[in-house]
Design a protein around this ligand. Structure first.
Ligand SMILES: NC(=O)C1=CN([C@@H]2O[C@H](COP(=O)(O)OP(=O)(O)OC[C@H]3O[C@@H](n4cnc5c(N)ncnc54)[C@H](OP(=O)(O)O)[C@@H]3O)[C@@H](O)[C@H]2O)C=CC1
Ligand SMILES: CC(=O)[C@@H](O)[C@H](O)COP(=O)(O)O
Ligand SMILES: [Mn+2]
Length: 388
């Protein structure tokens, strides 16, 4: 039972996770308050959200959208301080008064806010898996005992967290991270070159932002999630395995040393892990379809074929190499996905760019936030000019 309301700073409020988080907050006005909202450039939706939730602070990261935001808001929430610029997103993560920061930014843009919040001893509910991919090693310094101040929103990592309740002190033999396999799980390999952005953006089970939807198709998403699990749950890599489960009903599983395997299930709905991350370790009611086992026909599983999903292999190699390799992997992937969506490169160009970047960009310094930012920039420049 929650005793008092939870003040949420929501970064990326206009995105897929951001809007679903606001649905949860709207449904529970006595349990949650909004401390701050941020968007990149969608000032129309941000203005509506500010008018509805009346937060003390809101940030539009694109400086040139500030005037438009204020015009659209038309004085509907005079108590909200309007800031602009990406640095303001980082600053409020460190300085604002709130109980939990929900990081629903996409890509590298989430890394600095997560780092600053954790460094300042704040609690972070993390959807932005890229924060841990880029900076897992650095962030270890700022996380307390395990995940008490860093709570996963990602459905697989939430599933693992739920499986681990009551298992303190019991050794884990394996984490099984489920993957849908994306829209091209059964496509003949010789047809991969012709995949269009429209087809790749049709995820079989989940409705999500564009970047993660392409990552799901290539299974880079599962690679990022294995790295995320590595830093969250502190297990050697050989104990973290991806398994294809096309129905996305089992969100992940944990096998213990006595051979018992726990699985967390539910129809695909991100509101479940978002709400759980906000209220953890408590649960509160949520209106979402309940599992109906009388209509559930099959739960199937397949091994991952690296020839079909080379991005997953690259991600495993990057975390095995350590150092800056995961940051290079992430930056190159972001640029490659962007170029694919812009029709500059074919679908099969995505792993080519990532692989070239991993071979070519090799920063050599201590891992600090500044060095990771520099590695990200260097890799982006490299990946943007690579001809495929
Ligand atoms: N969607 C899902 O179901 C799931 C998502 N995740 C993870 O959650 C994160 C968010 O994903 P998703 O909601 O799908 O992404 P979306 O693209 O839908 O939303 C991204 C949000 O971040 C803002 N944003 C984008 N770039 C910047 C930037 N450079 N500076 C500041 N703000 C920025 C966007 O603002 P604007 O709208 O103005 O562009 C938007 O509010 C990702 O890390 C993803 O991997 C994990 C599991 C499931
Ligand atoms: C909902 C969620 O957590 C996504 O990360 C999802 O897992 C993507 O689906 P894939 O299993 O296809 O990567
Ligand atoms: Mn996931």
């Amino acid at each position: 039972m929650l005793m008092s309301s939870i003040n949420v700073l929501l970064l990326g409020s206009t995105g897929s996770i951001g809007t679903q988080t606001l649905d949860i907050i709207r449904a529970n006005p006595d349990k949650f308050r909004v401390s701050g909202l941020t968007a990149n450039s969608n000032c129309t939706l941000l203005a509506e959200q500010i008018a509805e939730f009346r937060p003390p602070v809101a940030v539009i990261a694109s400086e040139d959208k500030r005037a438009e935001l204020i015009e659209k808001l038309a004085g509907r929430s005079p108590q909200t301080q309007i800031l602009s610029g990406y640095d303001s997103v980082v600053d409020i993560s460190r300085e604002l008064s709130y109980d939990v920061l929900l990081n629903a930014l996409v890509g590298f843009s989430g890394f600095r806010p997560t780092t600053e919040a954790l460094k300042a001893g704040r609690k972070v509910a993390l959807a932005n898996k890229e924060s841990l991919v880029v900076g897992g090693e650095l962030l270890q310094k700022y996380t307390k005992d395990g995940i008490s101040n860093l709570i996963p929103v990602d459905s697989e990592h939430s599933a693992i967290l739920q499986c681990l309740i009551g298992e303190e002190g019991n050794a884990i033999e394996k984490l099984l991270i489920t993957a849908s396999g994306g829209p091209f799980r059964t496509l003949p390999l010789d047809q991969m070159a012709g995949i269009t952005p429209e087809r790749a953006l049709k995820h079989p089970n989940w409705s999500m932002g564009a970047k993660i939807t392409i990552d799901s198709a290539t299974m880079m998403n599962k690679g990022l999630e294995i790295i995320e699990a590595y830093w969250l749950y502190h297990l050697p890599l050989h104990k973290i395995q991806a398994v294809i489960h096309p129905q996305s009903i089992i969100h992940s599983m944990v096998t213990f040393e006595d051979g018992s395997t726990k699985a967390q299930m539910g129809y695909p709905d991100m509101k479940v892990p978002i709400q759980y991350a906000l209220t953890w370790p408590a649960r509160i009611p949520l209106e979402t379809p309940r599992m109906d086992f009388s209509t559930l026909r099959e739960l199937t599983f397949e091994e991952v074929d690296f020839a079909r999903y080379p991005c997953l292999k690259l991600a495993l190699e990057a975390i095995d190499s350590g150092g800056f390799a995961p940051a290079v992997l992430n930056a190159a992937n972001e640029i490659a996905v962007h170029r694919f969506l812009n029709r500059e490169i074919p679908y099969i160009g995505i792993p080519k760019i990532v692989s070239e970047a991993l071979l070519s960009v090799q920063p050599d310094s201590d891992i600090t936030m500044e060095a990771l930012v520099a590695a990200d920039e260097e890799t982006r420049a490299f990946a943007a000019q690579l001809s495929i």
